[in-house]
Design a protein around this ligand. Sequence first.
Ligand code: 1GP
Length: 230
Amino acid sequence: MDFKTWRHVFKLDPAKEIADGHLERICRSGTDAILIGGSDNVTLDNVLHLTERVQSYGLPMVLEVSAIDSVAPGFDYYFIPTVLNSDDPKWIKGLHHQAIREYGEILDWNELIPEGYCILNGDCKAAKLTGAKTQLAADEVLAYARLAEHFFRLPIFYMEYSGVYGDMKLVRKVKEVLAETRLFYGGGIDSADKAVAALNAADTIVVGNIIYENIDKAIETVEAVAETAD
Ligand code: 1GP
């Protein structure tokens, strides 16, 4: 199992309710992995509860860590965001330093995958929480991508439009400047067409909100990706 081959990922928010039947459809949809993460009200309890429910389907599971006290065992990977376009060091390396200070001796470094986040929707919770500077010109975004790949050597660069569908022209441009670093795109994918267009621009697409709004549409995004050649 290698996250570098994933093309479609569902992101489940531990703070949101999901019925068993819907969860089953998500986990049996053919998606490459389940990412568990959110920006609000993520607790150890709700992470553990959701993990337990997802585990039985045997899919690759990732915890995207947003708070140190909600880290649970049992995941294949722990994705650790560093928000490149925040000016608050806490979100770039502060919480990370704190966590390593506490758990550095027992961490399995092979399970930790740092993600260079570039948050591009100023209205989303993550942008507000981290004070991300989202009004960026294309060359600023490209410079963050290059910073991620060539300076920090991050395995993932994540263009996060959470809640809105992003600028695919810009996503494509970013893809052109990345070679080793994998480009994740997330935000506003709520149909087969948008899923295909986003996958044509990025390496991996992340589908979140629509799971809770329209489960049929969510499933369509996986089917559409499956029909697209790798
Ligand atoms: C959110 O990037 C993901 O972190 C997915 O975005 O919820 O808008 O699908 P949506």
